[in-house]
Design a protein around this ligand. Sequence first.
Ligand SMILES: CCCCCCCCCC(=O)SCCNC(=O)CCNC(=O)[C@H](O)C(C)(C)COP(=O)(O)OP(=O)(O)OC[C@H]1O[C@@H](n2cnc3c(N)ncnc32)[C@H](O)[C@@H]1OP(=O)(O)O
Length: 153
Amino acid sequence: MQAIQDSYPDNVAHCYGCGSQNAHGHRIRTFQEGEETVTRFTPEAYHTAIPGFVYGGLLASLIDCHGTATAAAARYRAEGREIGSAPVLRFVTASLSVSFLKPTPLGGELEIRGRVKELRGRKVIVEASVFADGVETVRGEVVAAEMPASFGN
Ligand SMILES: CCCCCCCCCC(=O)SCCNC(=O)CCNC(=O)[C@H](O)C(C)(C)COP(=O)(O)OP(=O)(O)OC[C@H]1O[C@@H](n2cnc3c(N)ncnc32)[C@H](O)[C@@H]1OP(=O)(O)O
């Protein structure tokens, strides 16, 4: 099945969270499921915070990259375009907020589910949650902004 990240051109696919070209990264893959987006990810033992529980920074990065992918997909949909079609839309994180509702157990697959809260101009706000065994443990919000041509300057 085609993931949203599969549409990222190779020259911008190095992100630590979601870049297919980053051998050391999480290389998350996000899928559209109706009005929601879904990423599944299984943390490794080295993603430990407190023994038996997942490190919060990893969870934040899952929300982050799930959010930017959801934002890009939403804008393509809003424009009635196929994901990845030219001109390519690239979204980066303008802000990220994360609430850790419960400790997230380490040792199984996590599900990250997201939805668009607002889509306006060059900005998309995405809400996303992490579920472990069906229990919501983390909730976050990503403000994703379309990457300007001047990015980094
Ligand atoms: C092709 C695929 C690429 C895959 C990459 C995936 C990335 C994964 C996640 C990341 O780690 S990205 C890396 C971390 N993020 C950055 O380094 C971004 C650094 N910041 C910037 O480059 C600029 O500040 C940014 C592009 C986010 C905004 O600059 P703009 O010149 O576009 O700002 P502008 O003032 O035009 O704002 C556009 C909209 O975003 C809003 N905005 C900007 N910064 C914000 C902020 N910090 N918080 C909330 N909203 C913000 C802003 O209010 C506005 O909304 P409105 O249209 O409603 O007014």
